[in-house]
Design a protein around this ligand. Structure first.
Ligand code: FAD
Length: 506
């Protein structure tokens, strides 16, 4: 006998917890099975020798209480008590000749600086700034804002959409690599190419800078883990049950309808509906054995590029870095000569100094992180032999510390903690396919999913749903929450229920 009204959710990341929170608000009985011993999935941090290494949050879209997304952060219990700081710099690039290219968060300052940096590139610079300006109104106001402001914003949005149809399309269809090709200054071109990923649709970058300018993508002091814990607490306060250390191995079906899940320990749990908010590849090809789905379901897994996996290096440094400006994403040092680290050739060293968040390190000390894309197969092969794998991790830490010395003289003698996470670490703790850190890249091929979202159900399998970054190209924390929210709205519609929400303040 199956209990009525029940939903099993696989995965306690932001998408899974959001689905659980909104489903509880709407009268469903939910339980989440999470394979890790903590909530939050990729939104996490870990402690080493008194230092906290934050493995996620740089900027939180919706951090401004005037924005609609902020309402959602309140609903899921994150906004309450959150202290946000807005920084002047998004990130900077520095080359060996001492040139500094700074991506400011304020648009006017950014335009002025870019034009001074490379007057010969005035045309693409102005084109970029105009593109960001086009996105500024696409920041829905909070329901708490005055009615007039909401109407005005709605009109601006509609007008911008109607007037700029062709421009939208052009930006959607332009990759960072293509846009970088318009710059004459090689450093500016490299920056635009790599600020995110060369394959990325420029559209996404425009929106990020629009949110930054609107002070709606600030940094939450305390970092990732407190947000994940707040969301888990909110879910439990609404009556949900979160089971940790429970990996779902199979999704059970009967006559083309889901009936429940089987955990790795062999226990089976039944429910009316199952939502997978975990990795898409293992859901479709592992938990469902590749038996359900059609061309549309499987195509992304064959054709779409993913966010890569990472080597994520944490360093604890007995120093304060007071003279370095606070920055959302840190500094990209452009190396004089390429070096091989962790099996890949590196031209850049991306360093993020957490001097903006004192809670990350003991008094008088600072946590640094260095992020580099990593070759999953290289690390997978190394992991066959534990001692080789560990030695390779140590070599990465040594190489990075050595390189940092050139930019922060004297640093190596103050480094008192190093920690190296590899693609295998990401895979082990979050289950994401080949350790990908954000699911599908938004490229010209799939940018259309912004207007026509990926399906959240699978043809041929009833009462089964998906949410999270594998069905929402571009990923991200706000997307995770909106994904769980929209999915609950869809389930409510199926059941003829009026979707309702309760603010976390009530
Ligand atoms: C270095 C880094 C920086 C980032 N910076 C930002 C940022 O600044 N802003 C931003 O918005 N986003 C950022 N992101 C992206 C963001 O963290 C992710 O897109 C988002 O957390 C994805 O949420 P999700 O719930 O879809 O997936 P996940 O977080 O991957 O959650 C899936 C959950 O499912 C669980 N799971 C998987 N398989 C199973 C199974 N079989 N059984 C049980 N449980 C299972 C996993 O353990 C995990 O908890 C960053 C990510 C990284 C790694």
């Amino acid at each position: 006998m199956k209990p009525d009204n029940s939903i099993i959710i696989i995965g306690g990341g932001f998408a899974g917890m959001a689905a659980g929170i909104y489903a509880q608000m709407n009268g469903y009985n939910t339980r989440i099975f999470e394979m890790h011993d903590k909530p939050g999935g990729l939104c996490t941090s870990w402690k080493r020798k008194g230092y906290t290494i934050d493995g996620c949050i740089h900027w939180l879209v919706g951090s401004n209480p005037a924005s609609r997304m902020h309402d959602f952060w309140e609903e899921v219990g994150i906004a309450q008590g959150l202290k946000i700081i807005n920084m002047d710099e998004y990130m900077r690039f520095e080359d060996q000749g001492g040139r500094k290219l700074i991506f400011y968060t304020d648009l006017d300052r950014l335009e002025k600086h870019l034009l001074e940096f490379s007057p010969q590139d005035a045309e693409p610079i102005r084109d970029f700034i105009d593109g960001v300006k086009m996105c500024l109104p696409f920041d829905n106001p909070s329901l708490n804002e005055p009615l007039l402001k909401k109407w005005k914003n709605g009109l601006n949005m509609g007008a911008s959409f109607l007037l700029n149809g062709k421009r939208w399309k052009r930006w959607m269809n332009t990759t960072a690599e293509e846009f970088a090709g318009h710059f004459k200054d090689p450093m500016l071109a490299q920056a635009f190419r790599h600020i995110w990923m060369p394959e990325f649709s420029m559209f996404f970058m425009l929106f990020t800078f629009a949110y930054l300018h609107n002070k709606n993508a600030g940094y939450p002091l305390g970092g990732s883990m407190p947000m994940s814990e707040a969301m888990a607490a909110r879910y439990k306060s609404l009556g949900g049950t979160l089971h940790y250390n429970c990996r779902v191995e199979k999704i059970l079906t009967d006559n083309h309808q889901v009936t429940g899940v089987r955990l790795a320990d062999g226990n089976e749990y039944l429910a009316d509906r199952v939502i997978s908010a975990g990795d898409g590849h293992s859901t479709l090809f592992g938990m469902l054995d590749g038996k359900y789905g059609d061309e549309q379901t499987f195509k992304p897994y064959e054709k779409w590029p993913r966010f890569p996996s990472l080597l994520f290096i944490g360093l604890g440094v007995n120093h304060t870095f007071d003279n370095i400006p606070h920055s959302i994403s840190g500094t990209c040092h452009m190396l004089k000569e390429p070096v091989t680290i962790g099996g890949s050739v590196r031209e850049f060293l991306w360093v993020h100094i957490f001097n903006h968040d004192k809670s990350m390190a003991p008094e008088g000390k600072t946590t640094l992180t260095v992020m580099m894309h990593a070759d999953y197969d290289y690390w997978k092969n190394l992991s066959e032999e534990k001692s080789t794998y560990e030695a390779a991790k140590e070599a990465v830490a040594r190489a990075v510390t050595g390189l940092l010395e050139a930019y922060y003289p004297g640093i190596s003698k103050n480094v008192e903690m190093t920690d190296v996470a590899t693609p295998l670490t990401f895979e082990r703790y979050t289950g994401n396919w080949k350790g990908s850190f954000e699911g599908w890249l938004i490229t010209p091929e799939n940018a259309g999913t912004i207007m026509k979202p990926m399906p959240k159900t699978i043809p041929g399998l009833k009462k089964f749903y998906m949410c999270g970054q594998w069905v929402e190209p571009g990923g991200g924390l706000p997307t995770g929450v909106m994904s769980g929210r929209k999915l609950t709205q869809m389930i409510c519609r199926e059941d003829g229920r009026k979707f309702r929400t309760v603010s976390g303040n009530r």
